[in-house]
Design a protein. Structure first.
Length: 109
């Protein structure tokens, strides 16, 4: 509907000569809306997750992207060693950590 209003806005004598500018304005408006509603929030979320992963330390309880709950027992440069409930230890990449286990518990209450 907005497109038809913008296209009808040109006077009859110009034969649509001004519609090029209105199309550019409309395209720019769409790009701005796309940036503020999709790109910016996604990049902010990725930045927050990266900071969270860098701040993890020994003893933190985490959940992996696969759903495994565990406690960090060792921190290396690019990996964590997690201890699960039965005492077994597994090594995971830092990028495989999704969130804190405490966040999962508080979300369900």
């Amino acid at each position: 509907m907005l497109t038809s209003i913008l296209l009808m806005g040109a006077p009859a004598g110009e034969a649509g000569g001004g519609s090029g500018y209105s199309s550019l304005i409309f395209l720019a408006l769409i790009m701005v809306v796309f940036y503020f509603f999709f790109i910016r929030p996604q990049s902010k979320k990725a930045k927050d997750l990266r900071k969270y992963r860098e701040a993890l330390k020994k003893g933190d309880k985490v959940v992996t992207i696969g759903g495994l709950h565990g406690k960090i027992v060792e921190v290396q440069d690019n990996t964590f060693t997690l201890e699960v409930e039965d005492g077994s230890r597994m090594r995971y990449e830092k990028s495989a950590i999704a969130s804190s286990a405490e966040d999962q518990i508080t979300d369900t209450k």
